[in-house]
Design a protein around this ligand. Sequence first.
Ligand SMILES: NC(=O)c1ccc[n+]([C@@H]2O[C@H](COP(=O)([O-])OP(=O)(O)OC[C@H]3O[C@@H](n4cnc5c(N)ncnc54)[C@H](O)[C@@H]3O)[C@@H](O)[C@H]2O)c1
Length: 250
Amino acid sequence: MTLLLDQKVALITGAAAGIGEGVARLFAQEGAHVFVLDRNAAGAEAVAAAIRSQGGSAAAFACDVCRAETIQAAVDQALARFGRIDILINNAGIYPRRAFLDMTEQEWDEMQDVNLKGVFRCSKLVIPHMVERRSGKVVNISSVTFFKGMQNLSHYVAAKGGVIGFTRSVAREMGPYNVFVNCITPGAIEVETEKLVATPEQMAAIVAQQSLQRRLNPLDVARACLFLSSHLSDGITGQTLNVDGGLVMY
Ligand SMILES: NC(=O)c1ccc[n+]([C@@H]2O[C@H](COP(=O)([O-])OP(=O)(O)OC[C@H]3O[C@@H](n4cnc5c(N)ncnc54)[C@H](O)[C@@H]3O)[C@@H](O)[C@H]2O)c1
């Protein structure tokens, strides 16, 4: 059986947990050399070690997407080892709730710094190498909340809308270089962090609004990432793909 990402070099941010971990594990199964980037160094190493123990290729890096020098170190390693980066998954993100009326400028800024400017920083460091080789796939993780709006997440939804706008504009610039930039808007994905910010009742209410009557999981998003990172999506750029069980349709 042909592996979809055989020998591809993939950098995945926020890959120590949740969706990013799911992407890292699936990409490794599909033959990629996976670079697990996360500010949670121990978590990143645990994911990379688990992948290696199953015969995959993975290396962990302590990276904060708010500190360019930490991302640069991972980029340098990937280039030194393989001479290229084929795939960048901009997934690292935070989603603490805060009512707009209580929100401080600092909370707003932190949200933009991680969820929007983090995408800018990683893209700035990786895309030039893709341009040089006239080859690359970038997938940015936004959120379906952008299409619906969501209470207590105005800072988050604004940042995630920015990610969609950034995706479209950079895709317009990168097409001539054969560098693809797409976006995924996950719906409610079952991850550990969710338990800190939402109740089971709130999540059940979202499932009730979906067409598919089940909780979505990181693998559901990872499969869409795989599609947008492989040759199967070679006619697609600048797009935003909902992975939300049919919550929003457009
Ligand atoms: N889970 C959902 O329902 C859902 C829905 C829509 C969008 N998303 C988006 O998907 C992405 C992943 O979310 P998740 O639910 O898997 O979250 P998660 O908390 O399970 O995982 C996020 C990972 O990102 C890392 N991270 C956070 N800030 C970082 C930083 N500054 N630098 C490096 N790493 C950092 C965390 O340490 C963590 O390992 C986020 O961008 C999130 O906004 C999630």
